[in-house]
Design a binder for this molecule. Structure first.
Ligand code: NAD
Length: 487
């Protein structure tokens, strides 16, 4: 299996190789085989990319928003036309099941390009009547923006960052995760084909040092990063020391609260989606499932029954529902947490092991795992595992569960399952999380802002919020009379 791109980087509308850079091998997580060999960028390549973006951005910003939007919408159409091949590429790069990458990856990036391509033409400043004089505001682009991606949704992250940035008249240098470098290159080719001027979207590969070089580059006006909290802290301080704008989309340990009166099948389905989709590698996952005591035992019984039917295996088989984790390192980390959960005294109700799959012996597979009898202080209930490991906790009443749900440094997302809608709204209003779902979980349409409270991040992606975060406001005061000068 090979997925070798034409070159490692994409700068100024062209493929660029930089053989001086450290080797960056790409592995298929289902088998461990090397599918591509790339190079990380050297500082020369970083300079080339930033310079290309800097040079191209002013002319791009002078186009009418509707003209920029037209190019983005053309690129959205190309993403959708090539969805099948992009899904295959994403599956090879991440190991995620093809039945997921066909619907959740390039398709989600296309949604962002389409949405921002349309919305930007209606996004503008304000007018203020000052009783004769007046003022208006202009929403202006920031300049060169840097995007730094995580490995769980590579092309989606590239689309969610580049679409609002470009629509608003910025240029972008995007660095994918070193684990999943391939699909951002495909997106860059598609942008060029759709008519994007050279230099407006550039891709450079690399490890954390390349991300840091970009985040601290003096020609860069904004950094938008998706990744873990510890990395976010480093990137934010680099950006902050140079007064750059920043958006941080970071990790979580989100609560999913199931009250006694919830629809059992929907609540179980929501909890499974919010823990096992993408092999559990979703930032907003509801990994602390609080179930009220009256429903707890029936919930766990049905959860285990349904989890037993999950089909793990060949990610390219359309029947497969769960692929491997992204890398050996992530595999070790998740298995380590499962061992910690056992040691801490939680009950392992399902999974916990490595499935034996013929032909995939070198893969990073782990069974969907359910722990019950979990208490709030256990590490498996406090730390982000980023794998298919669900912890189930029980509770008595509403006030108690709200307090326990909020007792975390994270605040990315939360969910509530109940038939009592006044209670659902009351609870959601108390939850410290940037995105909350009522009787649903993990749906993130582009029309709705997405981002974290507390340590889970700052800024928002998606919706008009994202255009605000990729622009700055200029206030213009206009005098219509004489200048009232005392001198
Ligand atoms: P990570 O923090 O290890 O890496 C993220 C990116 O930052 C990578 O591209 C990496 O190369 C880069 N990086 C690392 N060190 C850097 C440095 N010092 N300076 C600049 N860049 C640096 O995260 P990951 O393991 O790739 O992704 C998993 C994490 O991402 C999880 O915590 C998950 O919750 C989070 N995530 C958040 C969202 C969200 O929208 N909130 C979405 C997906 C994933």
């Amino acid at each position: 299996m090979k997925a070798q791109p034409k070159a490692s980087h994409y700068i100024n509308g062209r493929h660029v190789e930089d053989e001086q850079g450290p080797a960056l091998p790409v592995t298929y997580p289902a088998t461990g085989e090397t599918i591509a060999m790339l190079h990380a960028a050297t500082s020369n390549t970083v300079e080339l990319a930033v310079e290309a973006a800097r040079a191209a951005q002013p002319a791009w910003a002078r186009l009418k928003p509707v003209e920029r939007g037209r190019i983005l919408r053309r690129a959205a159409d190309l993403l959708r036309e090539r969805n099948a091949e992009l899904a295959r590429l994403e599956t090879l790069d991440t190991g995620k099941a093809i039945q997921e990458t066909l619907v959740a990856d390039a398709a989600s990036a296309a949604d962002a390009l389409e949405y921002f391509g349309g919305a930007v033409a209606a996004f503008g400043g304000d007018y203020t009547d000052l009783g004769g004089p007046f003022a208006y505001t202009r929403r202006e682009p920031l300049g060169v923006c840097v995007g730094i991606g995580a490995w769980n949704y590579p092309i989606q992250v590239a689309g969610w960052k580049s679409a609002p940035a470009l629509a608003m008249g910025n240029a972008m240098v995007f660095k994918p995760s070193e684990n999943t470098p391939l699909s951002a290159l495909a997106l860059a080719e598609i942008y060029t084909e759709a008519g994007l001027p050279d230099g407006i979207f550039n891709v450079v590969q690399g490890f954390g040092d390349v991300g840091a070089a970009l985040a601290s580059h003096e020609a860069v006006a904004k950094v938008s990063m998706t990744g873990s909290v510890p990395t976010g802290r480093k990137v934010l301080s680099l950006a902050g020391s140079l007064m750059k704008h920043a958006t941080m989309e970071l990790g979580g340990k989100s609560p999913l609260i199931v009250f006694d009166d919830a629809d059992l099948e929907n609540a179980v389905g929501g909890a499974m989606l919010g823990n096992f989709y993408s092999t559990g590698q979703v930032c907003s996952n509801g990994t602390r499932v609080f179930v009220q005591k009256g429903l707890h035992d029936r919930f766990v019984e049905r959860l285990v029954e349904r989890t037993k039917t999950i089909r793990i295996g060949d990610p390219l088989d359309p029947e497969t529902q769960m692929g491997p984790l992204v890398s050996k390192a992530q595999h070790d980390k998740v298995l380590g947490y499962i061992a910690i959960g056992r040691d801490e005294g939680a009950t392992l109700r399902h999974g916990g092991g490595v499935p034996s799959l013929q032909g995939f012996e070198g893969g990073c597979f782990v069974e969907p795992t359910i722990f019950t009898d979990v208490t709030d202080s256990m590490r498996i209930a406090r730390e982000e595992i980023f794998g298919p490991v669900m912890t189930v906790l029980s509770f008595d009443d509403e006030d108690e569960v709200v307090t326990r749900a909020n007792d975390t440094e994270f605040g990315l997302a939360a969910g509530v399952f109940t038939r009592d809608l006044p209670r659902a709204h009351r609870v959601v209003a108390e939850l410290q999380a940037g995105t909350c779902w009522i009787n649903a979980y993990n749906l993130t349409p582009v029309e709705v802002p997405f981002g974290g409270y507390k340590q889970s991040g700052i800024g928002r992606e998606n919706a008009l919020e994202a255009l605000r975060h990729y622009s700055q406001v200029k206030s213009v005061y206009v005098e219509t009379g004489d200048v009232a000068s005392p001198y």
